[in-house]
Design a protein around this ligand. Structure first.
Ligand SMILES: [Zn+2]
Length: 465
């Protein structure tokens, strides 16, 4: 069977002669004969794309040849070659080189390339979008290979170009982010009460993760990752490289704002209780609370319990007292009895300090016990009645943040795969990856390139039917 594919490009005033763009000889013997092969699809897409882009560029040039100020036809002196890179191939175009109109004497360059106004970046926005999206999901080189696997991308589909385009998109987002402030609380409590009822509590889990440092391959740097979950809206991710990001509070604030945050809305920040992350959550919004999540408290208690068991092998009586004490600390903290928990922790510390056994981990045990006491003391004002919240069906553990760390850092930044990162490279890629994971990257591109929203799907369905 011979399949000829014709293309008719009709201008707004009709017309346009159908033209053959591809012709395939198709046997029908086996499954692989049916329909278009990858190679045929690439040929077809590239052929259609070339004709479409050329026809559109020609029409655009015709409409813009005259001076936009006085309407006189501008003098043409030769043309510039331009290569427009699209997802469906490179299209070679010629851009008229126009003289400046006499009415604009003295302003701007004497000659200019007309098509540079239409395609200043020489690349199709949708190609930038897909390159950026895929680069956030797979290593740059792999993303480039995936593109080339299925699309007739003729040039530029390599790791360096994808990295460059991805980081440029991220930088554009960074430039749009407003200034950092020590506080994002504005107005006064009386105004907040005037606001309509908010939608419900927003719970934000924040936690730290690590990626390998490119400069010093033996060390890691810290990435703060979080997920913000409103009751009635989609969750969003946030991620930043700690110490590198100059606007962490603004970033957190804008994420919440995009989810409809209002000043009278309850927000719970669940964190690991560390000082860095806790300070990030301060003065973001008035009706907020910071809560060290139960997961991290329980994890610290489990570590102490293991040491206590080790000690119990050598001194059964002391070991049993320590384990009983830990049990009671856990119970008191869970039920929000912080005063008695603090007393019990003090007794526990004394008991550990007084241990007289040949326990090889004794030094570490003592340090961990004091660390725990300091941790609880530092977070004393933020501790809640976890049991009560738990029974009320509210979040008390940042499994939320744990899974966010895994999702956002995950395989893309994996330490195991020996990937190394500069702080800048990791921070920028995180801005793209968080948006890909929560499904908001496309909206940013449609904001930059509003025409992307016009994808003719309705018309395609109508033709197909
Ligand atoms: Zn003019």
């Amino acid at each position: 069977m011979r399949v000829r594919i014709l293309l008719q490009v009709a201008a707004d005033d009709g017309g346009g002669i159908p033209e053959e763009v591809a012709c395939f000889n198709k046997p029908t013997e086996q499954a692989e004969d049916l329909g278009l092969s990858i190679a045929e699809a690439k040929v077809l897409l590239a052929a259609v794309q070339e004709r479409m882009v050329k026809a559109q560029a020609t029409a655009w040039i015709e409409r813009h040849r005259c001076c936009p100020f006085c309407g006189t036809q501008r003098r043409n002196k030769g043309s510039f070659p331009i290569v427009f890179r699209t997802l469906y191939g490179d299209v070679a175009l010629r851009s008229p080189r126009l003289h400046r109109c006499p009415c604009q004497a003295g302003s701007g360059p004497a000659k200019s390339s007309l098509l540079a106004e239409l395609i200043p970046e020489h690349i199709a926005p949708e190609r930038l979008y897909l390159e950026t999206r895929w680069s956030s999901l797979a290593p740059y080189a792999a993303a480039a290979r995936l593109l080339a696997d299925v699309l007739p991308v003729a040039s530029g589909a390599n790791a360096d170009t994808l990295r460059e385009h991805t980081l440029e998109a991220a930088e554009r987002l960074e430039e749009e982010l407003g200034e950092e402030r020590p506080s994002f609380i504005k107005g006064c409590p009386a105004d907040w009460q005037e606001l309509p009822n908010p939608e419900g509590r927003i719970v934000v889990g924040l936690d730290g993760g690590y990626v390998r440092d490119w400069k010093d391959r033996k060390s890691n740097f810290e990435v703060i990752v979080g997920q913000s979950r409103p009751e009635d809206r989609d969750a969003r991710y946030i991620a930043l490289v700690h110490g590198h990001d100059p606007k962490p509070k603004r970033r957190l604030f804008e994420t919440l704002k995009s989810q409809g945050l209002q000043a009278n809305q309850d927000v719970t920040f669940l964190t690991d209780g560390g000082e860095e992350i806790r300070s990030l959550t301060e003065r973001i919004t008035p009706a907020s609370e910071h809560v060290p999540d139960w997961f991290h408290i329980a994890m610290r208690l489990t570590v102490l319990e293991q040491y206590a068991r080790g000690a119990a092998h050598l001194d059964k009586a002391a070991g049993t007292r320590l384990l009983d004490s830990l049990e009671s600390i856990k119970w008191l903290l869970w039920h929000g009895n912080h005063f008695r928990a603090a007393q019990e922790i003090e007794l526990f510390e004394d008991e550990v300090d007084g241990l007289d056994v040949e326990y090889s981990h004794l030094g570490k045990f003592v340090r961990t016990a004091h660390d725990f006491a300091n941790y609880i003391a530092a977070n004393a004002a933020s501790l809640i009645n976890y049991g009560e919240r738990f029974r009320a069906g509210e979040r008390i553990s940042s499994c939320l943040a744990e899974s966010a760390v895994n999702a956002v850092i995950g395989k893309r930044f994996a330490k195991r795969q020996q990937m190394q990162w500069t702080k800048r490279g990791a921070h920028l890629l995180l801005q793209i990856r968080t948006r890909v994971l929560d499904g908001t990257l496309r909206f940013e591109f449609e904001r930059w390139y509003p025409g992307l929203a016009n994808d003719n799907t309705g018309a395609i369905q109508a033709t197909a039917a």
